[in-house]
Design a binder for this molecule. Structure first.
Ligand code: FAD
Length: 487
């Protein structure tokens, strides 16, 4: 991959006019930015090091970095996207192993995400739907919790099950109406408490909180204590009411790949880890790579990495890392069994409402998306919350098999028993999401210095949509600062 070199004198850049049939270079002069004396000096660029110029440099090709690149590309602003790994997607990636698609952790794409709707071609993603609701394991049995709009009959039948009282189920309906009347901006800036406090203040009983909300939203936030801000609860509750839970037929990693495919060729450099940012004495910062190479930006640098990495790269400039709350972690185990032998055919999510054991949720991935496995094989995905640091993969697998054997003992035979499932792979994801317990600011200012901008899910909400929004906002801030003057 070669570096996109843009031959631009300081403070000028060539735009391609989008309206001309043949792109015509338009000369634009950018407003010089304020003095950069406030920049942190992490690694000084010396005259002996090589240096190249480009328009905007984006560090990190996760959803946030890709959204930033997409926005710059739509404005015909030259950019270079640097990615430390060998592929785009960051936390949203899939592995392809022996005919199975293994998403790196259990991830669901909600079709109503507003920013995603603008950026993604859903048809091309061939989104495969989950059942709208969940099957709750409680007291040795499964109980359905169904979306009353999409599965009316199921929801009527579930009214009297032990997963909460009838009043609880009516409260779910009224909470749904409440979030639907609020705009996303209102939700993101509303007064906040923890999700647990919110649920209690609405009047939900401890039984529905423990049996449904704790495993369901705990599985989304990787936080069974439901400390996560009520803002995020409202946003996800609204998104679930308006959209479907899905996975792309070819894996969750197809989402970032689709964004990357629309960017100019050679605009992404893989295996390029940034180790520091230097801005001393320049309008716009430079990025120093692990190889020693220096890439100087003409217009600015957008740091689109996860929170711990951003803290390292920005040191003095970012929020104080000492104030960081512990991040959210998960472990995802994959198993396979003969497709004909699995106990369930439904594309439904199973959650653990028993208050016991280590499994939080699981599903038969090939029931949702048959393409996730070879034709005769089922793929089973099991999620735990936390790191399980002291437990070996073997012990964890054995514990999970023991636990799920109990769950499915009534619906399996001697050949279809959970003990016959073959373990495929375990993903331990230490940094799955930033901790979003109150106090939060889900609309953080992306600008952290002259010519230096930040994006990523830690600036907005720890969702696909939050990451996409943050990328766009970082570019908008940069373009605002670099107000163009035609010459
Ligand atoms: C297991 C799991 C399940 C999830 N489930 C859901 C879900 O169901 N629904 C939902 O909406 N959200 C979910 N999320 C959250 C969502 O995936 C994230 O919020 C979002 O993907 C974050 O994107 P990002 O671009 O901010 O960061 P990242 O995805 O972390 O991207 C950062 C990128 O920067 C690169 N990078 C890091 N350091 C450097 C460096 N020094 N130089 C160059 N490149 C660097 C990384 O390699 C990476 O590609 C889940 C997350 C996980 C982990």
């Amino acid at each position: 991959m070669t570096l996109t070199l843009v031959p631009i004198p300081t403070s000028t850049i060539f735009f391609l006019s989008p309206s001309s049939p043949k792109p015509r270079p338009v000369r634009i002069r950018f407003k010089p930015s304020a003095s950069s004396s406030s920049f942190p000096v992490q690694t000084r660029v010396t005259s002996t090091q090589s240096s190249h110029d480009t328009g905007v440099i984006i560090v990190g090709a996760g959803l946030a970095g890709l959204a930033a690149a997409t926005r710059l590309s739509s404005e015909n602003v030259p950019f270079l996207l640097l990615e430390a790994s060998d592929e785009v997607g960051g936390r949203v990636r899939s592995d392809y192993v022996d005919g199975f698609i293994l998403d790196r952790g259990f991830q669901i794409f909600i079709t109503s995400y507003p920013e995603a709707k603008k950026l993604l071609d859903y048809e091309a993603l061939n989104l495969q739907k989950f059942y709208s609701g969940a099957r709750v394991y409680y007291n040795g049995e499964f109980h359905i919790v169904a979306d009353p709009i999409r599965h009316f009959v199921d929801s009527l039948q579930s009214l009297t099950n032990p997963i909460g009282s009838i009043l609880d189920k009516l409260r779910i309906a009224s909470t749904r109406l409440g979030v639907l009347t609020k705009s996303d901006d209102e939700i993101m800036t509303a007064n906040e408490v923890s999700t647990m406090e919110l649920l209690r203040s609405i009047g939900f009983s401890e039984s529905i909180i423990g049996r449904f909300f704790r495993p369901f939203f705990g599985g989304i936030f990787f936080d069974r204590d439901l400390e996560t801000t009520s803002r995020l609860f409202d946003f996800i509750f609204k998104s679930l009411a308006l959209g479907d839970n899905t996975i792309p037929a070819k894996g969750i990693g197809e989402i970032p790949k689709q964004l990357a495919a629309k960017l100019p060729s050679d605009s992404i450099r893989f295996n390029s880890r940034a180790i520091s940012i230097d801005s001393e004495g320049f309008d716009s910062p430079a990025v120093i790579l692990q190889t020693g190479e220096i890439l100087r930006s003409e217009l600015g640098v957008i740091v689109a990495v996860d929170k711990p990495e951003a803290d390292k790269l920005l040191r003095d400039n970012g929020p104080n890392p000492a104030q960081n709350k512990p991040s959210r972690s998960t472990v995802c185990l994959y198993f396979t069994a003969d497709r004909a032998e699995i106990p369930v055919r439904d594309p439904v999510l199973f959650i653990n409402g028993s208050g016991e054991g280590i499994v939080n949720n699981m599903f038969f991935a090939t029931n949702v998306a048959p393409s996730y496995g070879p034709p005769d094989k089922a793929l089973i995905s099991v999620s735990l919350i936390g790191t399980f640091d002291g437990v070996s993969d073997e012990d964890l697998t054995a514990d999970v098999v023991r636990e799920l054997s109990e769950w499915f003992k009534g619906s399996t035979s001697s050949t279809s028993t959970v003990r016959n499932w073959k373990h495929l792979k375990t993903y331990r994801i230490k940094y799955a999401q930033p901790n979003q317990s109150p106090p939060t600011n889900l609309m953080k200012d992306p600008k952290v210095g002259s010519g230096l901008y930040l994006c990523g899910d830690h600036l907005t909400s720890a969702t696909f949509d939050g990451a996409l929004v943050s990328g766009r906002r970082a570019v908008e801030a940069l373009l605002r600062d670099r107000t163009v003057i035609r010459v």
